[in-house]
Design a protein around this ligand. Sequence first.
Ligand code: PA5
Length: 445
Amino acid sequence: MYVTLRDQFVRQFVTEKELEAMRPEIAQAHEKIVKKNGAGSDFLGWKELPQAYDREEFARIAECAAYIRSHCDVFIAIGIGGSYLGARAVIEFLRSPYHNELRKDGPAIYFAGNSISASGLCELVKLCEGKDVCINVISKSGTTTEPAVAFRVFHKMLVDKYGEEEARRRIFVTTDKARGTLKQFADKKGYQTFVVPDDVGGRYSVLTPVGLLPIAVAGIDIKALMEGAACAMKELSSPDIDKNGAYRYAAIRNALYRKGKVNEILVSYEPYGQLFNEWWKQLFGESEGKDGKGIFPVSVVFSTDLHSLGQYIQQGERIMFETVLNVKDGENRFLIPNDPNNIDGLNFLSGMDLNDVKVTAMNGTLLAHTDGQVPNIVLDVSERSERSLGYLIYFFELACAVSGYVLGVNPFDQPGVEAYKKNMFALLGKPGYEEQQKELQKRIK
Ligand code: PA5
């Protein structure tokens, strides 16, 4: 058990009776997942993935990652949304946000195609000057604007720099197994391809080649990551919220939502958790925010944000609850030095491990926020490791699916994402959008 839910800071907000009332709803949602008869059930592939993944492809990922690690200075993962957040989250969580500066071997890892920024792209291109580069374009559809534009740029860079033959050894494509122009293009050019499974949506895809290749390039043990997820799959199989922490989490957050707590803040106490927060926000935001419903997912890193958003959380509108990730991280100790002059008056901390100060800050904040009428769910993560993170990923994926069904939405589609795309294409003059273009132009004049 790598993740344990503590609800002592929630009990005053959700009564035992209210939690009891959630049991049948959670059990029904569980049935939908097990029997695969709920909305979006074609996208339940993530559920068995930790055990049922393609072993041959997994071995090829490890091989390619080893090749990439010894053949380039810079590795660029090109993708957006579910095709990028998971990999970046895992790399930062297990390595460091400073991974590129601290690494002892392997390439620096950068992410492209996740914004529409000329500056971002120009800076990254510049950074590649004089360096050996490998790229991995990751796009299930193969036609998403942001990664497609970035791929044009870096594909040309590699072909111009190395010629077609050597570029072929440096370009890796993760996309649909058969459909789409990217797959056709990769096959035509002879690039190594990896499959985004049909039954796994973008935001649930971190444990597929989408996430695993970049993660393995960072030197992370992807087998252990999968083992952690497999452990969660085994342990979180009961429909009973007393035996299944992910379901208990789903039950509590839905009970809070019904009481007007419409925002959930995921709290990390470590800067290396920042990108994991982003992954979690996409998972829950895209899964639940539809049909005029859904908890709005927000995130913070404490203590940093206690000095900014902390004020609002303590005393602003009482519309939120917090979910605190308490990662037991004893990897690095940092003893606070003594100052003979005690200029800052903090000598009472001299010799203390900063990890202990952090835990004390967390406990103080849990009490303060609870006193301020903000319910707090605590998820104790037993260690900072591949296994615990694999477990946590699966924990949230499962909780998210069940939560979505309890909320009464399809947790696996994202129809709302298309609205901006249609307008953007129309305004940019994409063929076939002529009528919309005229209408939209009138509205923005
Ligand atoms: O979760 C999702 O489905 C989205 O975030 C997609 O992953 C994202 O839009 C990228 O899509 P694609 O992989 O087709 O380029």
